[in-house]
Structures are given as structure tokens and as C-alpha cells.
Design a protein around this ligand. Structure first.
Ligand code: SF4
Ligand code: SF4
Length: 460
């Protein structure tokens, strides 16, 4: 189907200050990642804007759906963003396998000298911001750095559309989500932020099994939600939710994600043979960062206290999941170990001490993971099917809009129970001068409940 984008475009003559103010007022955050507030990214001096359409997480189809159906508006928006940021070039990065989207983008890009496409291999994790920058520009982000350090900004496809809409004063009230796995009709759709996930499973014609759990996000980096939280309507979609993958409770991925830290430690002590495959395939190690996941297991297993680097390298982990879900023959998890250590170090005020410039290692290109091998290793081959972007007219009876859908502090409610709200009205905002993002009502209705995590709106 032809999907018509009904929202705004960046005005040609907008200055950077106005752009940043509008993006901030619209509550735009990185739609494809952890939800970094986008207005902050637009403050730096850059020479290149990269649109991240790599979508390297298996089974997800949001980016490709939007790139296919919104090629023209994305190209226009990128051209204007490049101009407003006074950058030299804009690049849309997309996997070479997405031929329909590429044809549409090529048509839209023709004659625009500052814009180009970068065609990517079908490998994981080519959508990791730092891996993508190296693919596109052959520049490496220093250890613990961000793209702005090398004069580059990366925005996700949906984020670019949200930037364009923000310029027409339309806030982020919709999120695009792929619903797949054990559902009857996999699909991708736009849903009001705060929609109960169970309503979206219904729109996919329901689940094919009753004892299920849901991975929110992609299978490599997503978060496992208990089936109960989904079935009771407690789990709702955020601005950053890109996938709902329904899997059996017995699926390897759900069992792996359910392991507690105690089991992870116990397994590591009994099975880590220091083969270092986790390090050899770690994407950040391959980019040249001083991260060696096999060493953290060695240090923990032997209670080493004279090797602080083994622990502080946790600050360099991107949480990509390669070590745990692909590399380690025993299914051990340096990733979870790093997460736990990083949390502990942060509580004690430790900051990342690793700041070296990075030089990619010789085997960098050869050690990317083919998507087809990854899908089969994850036991997802039977779910690797089309989930087309589909326009579905529905309005949830109620939304639970989280106060924290972004990096930074949670937003503070600006409405009270009983208030009537309109779509797009600000309902919560972060404290002044603190990193965060505004939150808007995604449906019209009455505020039914407010707690420390969310605002519940009952539809009119
Ligand atoms: S999750 Fe594992 S493979 Fe990925 S960056 Fe962290 S240590 Fe490396
Ligand atoms: S791949 Fe597994 S067994 Fe080998 S060093 Fe890493 S954690 Fe240990």
C-alpha cells in the first residue's frame, strides 16, 4: 500500500536555534535506540548527517517500511537538515537488499549533490551507531566518545520524520512498531505512544500460543517482558519501542534472557574456557576499542583485584549481545557481567577512564555476522517473514504514557487527575536545564491516574 505521511516538513529557511527549540518542544528522542533527546544532538558542529536505516536487528521492519513509503519526504527533510546544520553532506545508510526502498530513494535523491545513499551488507551490528559511521565515513569514534566528537550526527529514520513533524509544531505522539513472532499476521504499524501492547497483538490477529513472553525491541538488544505484564495491559509502547517479538516461554532466547545474575556467574565459573571468541567477535573490540570481554570473565572467575581495566572496560560495551547470543559456544554472557559491573561502578561514582583514539583491527570486515546465520543461531528462522507497514485505523481506549522514555531524568507531570487533555498537549516536562524530554498526550481524553512512572489517559 502507499503510505501517505500527513505531517510537516522542515521549512527551508529555518535557523538552527529555531530548529532545536521546535525539536525540543516536540519531545523528539532517538526512536531507534535508548531515546537520547534529539535536540541535544543538533547543537554540535557537524560536517555529515547520517540517516541510520540499517535496521540490523533481525525481524524488525520499521525503517525499511518508512524508507520505502516515505522516501521523498525523508530525502527532502535530510536535505533541509543538512542545510540548517551547515553540514557538507547527508547520507542515508540502508542495506543493499532493500531494493524497492533504494529505487524510491534514488529517484528522490537525483539532482541533490550533497545527498547520497550508502548501501550496506546484510550483517550485524551494522546499525550500531559507531559501526555505521565507520562503514560510511571510515572514521572511528574514540573510546567512550560520541559521533559529535568526529563531526558527525546520526539520526534514525523515524527520528528524521519526527524532526520534520516537529518543525510543523507536531509533537511525537506516535511510534512505529513491528509485531512478529508467534502472532497470526505479522505487521508493522504506527500506534499512539502508551498503547497497551496487548492491543497491538490483537491487531496482528492475536498470538498463536497462550504461554508467551514478549521481547520489546530486537532479539539481540531488546528487553524481555513477562507475558503476564503484556496480557494484563500493564506493558505499553514507548517512543523508542520498535518491535514486539512474541516467543514461547521455552524459546532459547526467552530462557537466556530470564537467567539471573547468580546463574550467569555460576555458568561462567564452570564453563568459560578462555577461548576468547567473545572478544574476537566483539564489534567494539574490532573497531579498536580496548574492550576484551573474555578478560572480564577471567577476572570475575578468579576474583582478580589487581586488574582494574578488566572491570572498567564495561564502560565500552555497547550491549550489542554478540558475545552472549552468537560468539560464546557455551552461551555465557560477558554482556550481562559488564552491565552489572558498570551499574556497580556508576553507583560508586566511577566514570569511564578509557578515552583513547581507536584504530580498527585487521579482521574488522571479515568478522561481521551475516544476518542469515544470526537468525538461524537465534532460532528465529521460522519467524523471518514479511511484516509490512500497514495503516490500521484504531484508537486505544486507554493509554499509559511513561514519564521516562528517554535518556535523562523522568518528566514531571503537568496535569492532574480529572483534567481533559487534547492530542499533542504537554502532559509532563523535565526539570529545567536537566537532560530529558517533554511528554505529550497521545490520545484525547481524561487523565485517569498518575503515578511515579506514568500518566494514564482514558479516551473520550
Ligand atoms: S555486548 Fe559483548 S560483544 Fe557487544 S560490545 Fe558488549 S562485550 Fe562486545
Ligand atoms: S567465548 Fe565464552 S567460553 Fe570463550 S572466553 Fe568468551 S565467555 Fe569464555
Amino acid at each position: 500500500m502507499v503510505w501517505k505521511w500527513e505531517r510537516g516538513l522542515l521549512p527551508v529557511n529555518m535557523d538552527r536555534e529555531t530548529l532545536i527549540a521546535k525539536v525540543k518542544a516536540a519531545g523528539v528522542v532517538g526512536a531507534g535506540g535508548a531515546g537520547f533527546p534529539t535536540h541535544v544532538k543538533l547543537e554540535g558542529e557537524v560536517d555529515t548527517v547520517i540517516v541510520n536505516g540499517a535496521e540490523c536487528e533481525p525481524l524488525l521492519a520499521v525503517d525499511v517500511g518508512l524508507l520505502e513509503s516515505q522516501a521523498e519526504i525523508l530525502v527532502v527533510a535530510l536535505g533541509q537538515l543538512v542545510k540548517i546544520l551547515e553540514a557538507k553532506a547527508g547520507v542515508i545508510a540502508i542495506k543493499a537488499k532493500h531494493q524497492t526502498a533504494i529505487i524510491n530513494l534514488q529517484k528522490a535523491i537525483a539532482g541533490r549533490a550533497s545527498l547520497s545513499l550508502k548501501l550496506l551488507r546484510d550483517v550485524y551490528p551494522v546499525g550500531d551507531e559507531q559501526v555505521l559511521i565507520y562503514e560510511v565515513l571510515r572514521r572511528t569514534v574514540p573510546e567512550g566518545g560520541i559521533p559529535l566528537h568526529i563531526r558527525c550526527v546520526v539520526v534514525n529514520v523515524e527520528t528524521l520524520l519526527n524532526i520534520a513533524a516537529a518543525c510543523a509544531d507536531q509533537p511525537v505522539v506516535t511510534t512505529y512498531v513491528t509485531i512478529t513472532g508467534e502472532v497470526r499476521q505479522p505487521l508493522t504499524l504506527g500506534a499512539p505512544v502508551g498503547t497497551p501492547m496487548v492491543s497491538l497483538l490483537d491487531l496482528a490477529q492475536g498470538t498463536t500460543i497462550s504461554d508467551y513472553q514478549v521481547i520489546e525491541g530486537g532479539p539481540m538488544t531488546g528487553k524481555l517482558l513477562p507475558g503476564e505484564a503484556v496480557k494484563t495491559g500493564k506493558a505499553t509502547v514507548k517512543k523508542t519501542t520498535k518491535g514486539l517479538i512474541v516467543l514461547s516461554e521455552n524459546h532459547w532466547l526467552t530462557r537466556q534472557a530470564s537467567l539471573g545474575l547468580g546463574s550467569i556467574l555460576q555458568r561462567a565459573q564452570s564453563a568459560c574456557c578462555q577461548c576468547r571468541l567473545c572478544t574476537d567477535l566483539c564489534p567494539r573490540h574490532l573497531l579498536g576499542h580496548n574492550i576484551n570481554p573474555h578478560l572480564v570473565l577471567n577476572a570475575v572467575n578468579h576474583g582478580q583485584v589487581n586488574n582494574p581495566e578488566a572491570y572498567t572496560q564495561s564502560f565500552l560495551c555497547s550491549d550489542c549481545g554478540v558475545c552472549e547470543l552468537y560468539a560464546c559456544p557455551a552461551g555465557l554472557s560477558p554482556r550481562r557481567m559488564y552491565q552489572a559491573i558498570k551499574a556497580e561502578l556508576t553507583i560508586h561514582g566511577q566514570k569511564n577512564p578509557h578515552r583513547k583514539l581507536a584504530v580498527p583491527r585487521a579482521f574488522w570486515a571479515g568478522r561481521q555476522i551475516p544476518a542469515s546465520k544470526l537468525i538461524s543461531r537465534l532460532g528465529l528462522a521460522k519467524y523471518n517473514q514479511a511484516a509490512p507497514l500497514t495503516k490500521v485505523a484504531f484508537s486505544p481506549r486507554q493509554v499509559v504514557v511513561p514519564l521516562k522514555q528517554h535518556i535523562g531524568v523522568p518528566a514531571i507531570p503537568k496535569v492532574q487527575v480529572g483534567d481533559m487533555v487534547k492530542v499533542g498537549q504537554v502532559i509532563a516536562s523535565p526539570p529545567q536545564d536537566v537532560l530529558g524530554a517533554l511528554v505529550h498526550a497521545s490520545i484525547a481524553g481524561r487523565v485517569r491516574e498518575i503515578d511515579k512512572e506514568a500518566i494514564i489517559i482514558a479516551g473520550e
